[in-house]
Design a protein around this ligand. Structure first.
Ligand code: PGA
Length: 246
């Protein structure tokens, strides 16, 4: 499987910073290199479309589940697709835990993304307390099952394992932690009729140039979803290079 190297800019980089970044960022992924995905803020998507190098694919960080309507401040999946996005992050831990989105809402967003022609990148992950209580598998499978209920095995999509305790904390899961969680997720995919090789599973949580290669080498890790370390093109390029060697 081609590794997937994805960068989530979160609430960073307006249109001018986006143009500056993407003018400097040309990792030339090529057909035999990794897939490279960038998720800028909505307002920077047009600037990203205008300046992304060939082979760099774009997505949005969130979508609303309705196609249109009286939802002040929200953006639908169809609008994001029309504006040039090909992917949508769904269920990122900040959406779950800062904005209170539950499994049903995330499933509805996943369905809306697929219906609009976007490839959803569905994020799952346990909180520290849940891990300490021995509930890793229960939490991951509950979150995954909610998404699988609205997906079908022929639909292109990506899954991301992001332990909440490792996001933005500098605390990284070990390759063994990642392999364990990816194993749990991969076995459930197969049990539910999804071909494992059709669904890349990314690891996310404090990935940086210094640990990307070992995480990408872990069993069942098909790519990485990067936050802080993708905000600067030089550092993200190093992670793309780790993906090329994987
Ligand atoms: P981080 O964020 O790399 O800054 O930990 C990852 C993410 O939130 O996707």
């Amino acid at each position: 499987m081609r590794p997937v190297i994805a960068g989530n800019w979160k609430m960073h980089h307006g249109p001018q910073a986006t143009t500056d970044y993407l003018t400097a960022f040309d990792p030339r992924p090529g057909d035999d290199g990794p897939r490279v995905l960038i998720f800028p803020p909505f307002v920077s998507l047009a600037a990203a479309v205008a300046s992304a190098a060939e082979g760099v694919e774009l997505g949005v960080q969130n979508v609303h589940e309705a196609p249109s309507g009286a939802f002040t401040g929200e953006v639908s999946a169809a609008m994001a697709a029309e504006a040039g996005a090909s992917y949508a992050l769904v269920g990122h831990s900040e959406r779950r835990h800062v904005f209170g989105e539950g499994d049903d809402r995330i499933a509805a967003k996943t369905r809306a993304a697929v219906e609009a022609g976007l490839t959803p990148v569905v994020c799952v992950g346990e909180q520290l307390e849940e891990r300490k209580e021995g509930r890793l598998e229960e939490v991951l499978l509950r979150q995954l099952d909610a998404a699988l209920d609205v997906l079908d095995p022929g639909t292109p999509w990506i899954l991301a394992y992001e332990p909440v305790w490792a996001i933005g904390t500098g605390e990284t899961a070990t390759p063994a932690d990642a392999a364990e969680a990816h194993g749990i997720l991969g076995r459930r995919l197969e049990a539910r009729g999804f071909a494992r090789e059709a669904v890349p599973i990314l690891y996310g949580g404090s990935v940086k140039p210094g640990n990307a290669a070992e995480l990408l080498a872990a069993e069942g890790v098909d790519g990485v979803l990067v936050g802080g370390a993708c905000l600067e093109p030089g550092s993200f390029t190093q992670i793309v290079e780790a993906g090329r060697q994987a």
